[in-house]
Design a protein around this ligand. Structure first.
Ligand code: G3D
Length: 181
């Protein structure tokens, strides 16, 4: 049933994207950069922000939800109808990589997120000495994911690098799914 509804929406070229990650990963800055807004005035997201972007003929509704530990229990309220989960990782935060892996693992077993694809944004890639793609891939144990189609992209909300490529992947994945069902 869920997949039929999802397909109907994809046919309408409308997608629901849930952007999650630990606090300070750069979620809000990514959304602002994509929207061409000022990225120097970002304050922590205490609730959620929804932004709609038109991309390649698709209407992308991006939900940016606060990632502080106290807010993570509310994440589940946003799972419904998610087409793509964008998991944002702070590539400079080695100390919390394990925490980051556990939070992601917890999401991927959620029934209401089954059927959603996963894009991992390795954010803050502009910072020298940050973790590389393989370190994040191994640290998050991405290769062991069997339940979701996934992809990892290094990006920077500061420079804007690879953000459009990320949206392109999201839209291409939606197009591919229309043929799969
Ligand atoms: P969040 O929404 O995931 O909690 P924010 O994260 O978007 O609030 O970003 C947290 C901090 O990381 C901000 O710095 C922001 O400027 C910085 N940041 C976000 N993305 C990047 C990036 O790609 N590169 C670099 N170098 N910094 C980034 P402050 O100083 O305001 O806390």
């Amino acid at each position: 049933m869920l997949s039929i509804l999802r397909k109907a929406r994809l046919k309408d070229k409308e997608m629901r994207i849930l952007m999650l990650g630990l606090d300070n990963a750069g979620k809000t800055t990514i959304v602002k950069r994509i929207m061409n807004e000022d990225v120097n005035s970002v304050s922590p997201t205490l609730g959620f922000i929804i932004k709609t972007i038109d991309y390649d003929g698709y209407k992308l509704n991006i939900w940016d939800v606060g990632g502080q530990k106290t807010l993570r229990t509310y994440w589940k309220n946003y799972f419904e109808k998610t087409d793509t989960l964008i998991w944002v990782v702070d590539a400079t935060d080695r100390e919390r990589l394990d925490d980051c892996r556990q939070e992601l693992k917890g999401l991927l077993v959620q029934e209401r997120l089954m059927g959603a694809s996963l894009l991992v944004f390795k954010n803050k890639s502009d910072v020298r000495g940050c973790m590389n793609k393989d370190e994040i891939r191994e640290g998050l144990q991405l290769d062991s994911i069997r339940t979701h189609k996934w992809h990892i992209l290094p990006c920077s909300a500061m420079t804007g690098a690879n953000l459009q490529e990320g949206l392109q992947w999201v839209v291409q994945d939606a197009k591919d799914r229309l043929f799969l069902y």
